[in-house]
Design a protein around this ligand. Structure first.
Ligand code: 13P
Ligand code: SF4
Length: 317
């Protein structure tokens, strides 16, 4: 079945039959991206899910993304081809952890990255993604404390840009991005002196990239800290012939499509998210045939979570 033209036309036929739209995150396998109706970053896909006119959303991504789609469209059927596709970052904070943290800062505004469970979103004031995290934090009254969770590297990036001293950051991380380390990035950047660098803010190396630029090790305009969607926009206007990409390797597929004249290379070609890759061509086909796995969110939790998610999709680009 895998990724053949017959597979693709069967997927499209079954999707039409179910009145379903297929959404795929930028980290999905190339054949999944190519068969999807929409490919994008977390924020773009949330917006599309919220406005979809179809009865069913088939979410090719990880579980929290499908859950977010269900929160935004509670009356629609939301399917994920494999419900075991989790996220190590979302697992780094539980609702009980957050309750305890909020008790220490009762007046704080809670800003949660969208990579969290529905229960955590329900205890959150505003959600954000990597593309609007800075705008979301900047929208909060400067005198209020902010609890930012769960990603420590994205939190450090937001703190650097906004200059907020009252931003408290949870110590979570994504195992894939944390594994793209500063030494690797430095070595690659030094051996490819003409290449630009696209770095996702979840990366452990984002701080060292900026530090090296600040130290004059390479020009500051070579380094771009970007969400996955931001990388596509930047690729379309990039001037250099080569770009080093520090994020999950699935990203290279859309980048190469967006700017075929540029040589995109992964800073770490082992940076593959095993959860994203659970959405195989066979799993997508099974999902459309059997209508499984269906994503459910407790209605009370969904109601509370939808406020914070709604605010996220209203803020920023
Ligand atoms: P964005 O699509 O928001 O850039 O995020 C990436 C991510 O790590 C999702 O797992
Ligand atoms: Fe989660 Fe990291 Fe995988 Fe993204 S790449 S889904 S943050 S584990």
């Amino acid at each position: 079945v895998s990724g053949t033209p017959e597979w693709a036309s069967e997927v499209k036929r079954l999707a039409r039959e179910r009145n379903a739209t297929i959404l795929a995150h930028n980290y999905q396998l190339p054949e999944i991206q190519d068969v999807a109706d929409h490919v994008g970053d977390s924020l773009a896909l949330s917006r599309i899910a919220a406005e979809a006119s179809e009865d069913t959303i088939v979410f090719c991504g990880v579980h929290f993304m499908a859950e977010t789609a269900k929160i935004l469209s509670p009356t629609k059927t939301v399917l994920i081809p494999d419900a075991r596709a989790g996220c190590s970052l979302a697992d780094s904070i539980t609702a009980d952890d957050l309750r305890a943290w909020k008790a220490d800062y009762p007046d704080a505004v809670v800003v949660s990255y969208v990579n969290t469970t529905a229960e955590v979103k329900a205890l959150t004031d505003i959600c954000c993604t990597s593309s609007n995290a800075v705008d979301v934090v900047a929208s909060v009254d400067p005198d209020r404390d902010v609890l930012f969770l769960p990603d420590q590297f994205l939190g450090a990036h937001v703190k650097r840009i906004t200059g907020r001293k009252n931003l408290h950051i949870w110590a979570g991380e994504c195992h894939v991005h944390a594994g793209i380390n500063g030494d690797e990035l430095t070595a690659q950047a030094m051996s490819h002196p003409d290449a630009e660098l696209f770095v996702h803010p979840e990366c452990g190396c984002a701080t060292s990239a900026l530090y090296l630029a600040g130290e004059g090790a390479f020009p500051a305009d070579r380094v771009h800290i970007l969400s996955t969607g931001g990388m596509i926009d930047a690729a379309r206007v990039a001037k250099s012939k080569q770009v080093l990409v520090a994020t999950e390797v699935g990203m290279l597929h859309q980048l190469r499509k967006a700017a075929p004249g540029i040589d995109f290379q992964a800073v770490n070609d082992r940076a593959s998210c095993k959860y994203m890759k659970m959405i195989t061509p066979a799993a997508l086909l099974r999902c459309l045939i059997e209508g499984k796995d269906e994503v459910h969110v407790d209605p009370e939790i969904a109601k509370a979570a939808s406020k914070s998610v709604q605010r996220m999709i209203e803020i920023g680009t």
